[in-house]
Design a protein around this ligand. Structure first.
Ligand SMILES: Cc1ncc(COP(=O)(O)O)c(C=O)c1O
Length: 361
């Protein structure tokens, strides 16, 4: 179980040695700065950005089709957005329901805020759908927050609107909120459904430009919340920072204006790698998977093997990395990211195949 005030997964992700075929990444290959069009002479180091650099607030509001008053800009990506949203919503000892498996820092933040964390399942056997009955059973009159990812990290499964509405109703009935981390919805590009906040004020959404576009370095995150909560979060953020990095905010505004071009690059990477992954799955009877053709990650099960040892062997002999499922409380799984250069992905997948063959001999 997570020990709190730290995240085992983030520590692994930040301290692992570089590897030639990196199939562990969940965000599209970093965009080179030369692919971003801007005139450096038009950028300013300083400027008015108290409570949000206005052009960025407006660009994000247009991007996700909400009103500017519902947007809180966050210069620490979805990570800080999750922290701020949870800190605004949770009091010491509140019950918080978090999907299982999930992205490890979501658990860590809730524990760090001294919440009483309970879980609801998203089982492989159910195609990682949310078990609404199981979720409902976990709800108490102390439940203040329900937390989920959409697309789901690690499986990339989309939560359908009907399920979201029902979760919203459950929360509404007890005066709780639903935090939906939508960072991977950005990887659906023009097909992304509207943000969950469009379903009602009980929803709070977090996201960033990190995953879908290869723009992690901009740290451009946001929270979408009803106007009153958005204001509360902005005031909470006063404790964490006097102002944001306006240089990055200006670059973010330019990046958002260029999203069609940036998305085309991301789609090409994802589509090519997804075809390669499909070939791999067709040839393997020892890899069990929930069919899915969206998102940046895939979360198959490798039954009957020691997955941790296999992942170490895959790095040591085949210079290929995937994420061991133990970081997602699913020790028989691995998370495969479709985010690296297609020729590297193809080679990494064929090495993964060779490693599995070798293991079975
Ligand atoms: C569900 C989820 N939320 C947030 C993040 C962090 O995103 P960011 O880079 O925007 O801080 C990640 C990164 O893996 C993630 O998987």
């Amino acid at each position: 179980m997570n020990p709190g005030k730290q995240s085992a997964f983030m520590h692994w992700a930040k301290s692992r040695p570089p590897v030639k075929y990196d199939l562990a990444l969940s965000g599209i290959l970093n965009l080179p700065i030369t692919d971003l069009e801007f005139d450096a002479r038009q950028l300013e180091l300083h400027g008015p950005n108290a409570y949000g650099y206005r052009p960025l607030v407006e660009a994000l509001a247009t991007h996700r089709r909400v009103a500017p008053e519902n947007v809180v800009t966050v210069s620490g990506g979805t990570s800080m957005a999750n922290h701020l949203a949870m800190a605004a919503l949770i009091e010491h000892g509140d019950d918080v329901l978090i999907e299982q498996p999930t992205y490890d820092p979501l658990l860590s933040v809730a524990q760090y805020l001294s919440a009483n964390v309970n879980r609801f399942p998203r089982r492989f056997e159910d195609g990682f759908k949310i078990d609404l009955g199981a979720l409902e059973k976990q709800i108490s009159n102390r439940t203040r927050l329900i937390v989920l990812t959409n697309l789901h990290n690690p499986s990339s499964v989309l939560v359908d609107e009907e399920s979201l509405r029902r979760i919203g109703d459950l929360a509404h009935n007890i005066g709780a909120r639903v935090l939906v981390d939508e960072v991977y919805l950005e990887a659906l590009f023009e097909h992304a459904p509207p943000p969950a906040i469009s379903l009602g004020p009980e929803f709070v959404v977090t996201s960033s430009l990190t995953k879908g576009y290869g723009l992690s370095g901009l740290r451009c995150g946001w929270i979408l919340a009803d106007a009153k909560l958005a204001e509360k979060i902005r005031r909470l953020d006063d404790i964490f920072g006097a102002s944001a990095a306006i240089l990055l905010e200006q670059l973010s505004v330019r990046a958002i204006a260029q999203l069609p071009k940036i998305s085309a690059r991301a789609k090409l990477i994802l589509d090519t790698n997804r075809r390669r992954l499909a070939d791999f799955l067709r040839t393997r009877t020892d890899v069990e998977a929930v069919p899915n053709n969206i998102g940046t990650t895939f979360f198959p099960r490798l039954p009957n093997i020691d997955v941790d040892k296999f992942c170490e062997f895959l790095i040591a002999k085949y210079e290929t990395s995937v994420v061991p499922g133990r970081f997602f409380e699913s020790p028989q799984h691995v998370r495969i990211g479709l985010c690296c250069e297609p020729d590297k992905f193809a080679e990494g997948i064929s090495r993964l195949s060779s490693a599995l063959d070798e293991l079975e001999r």
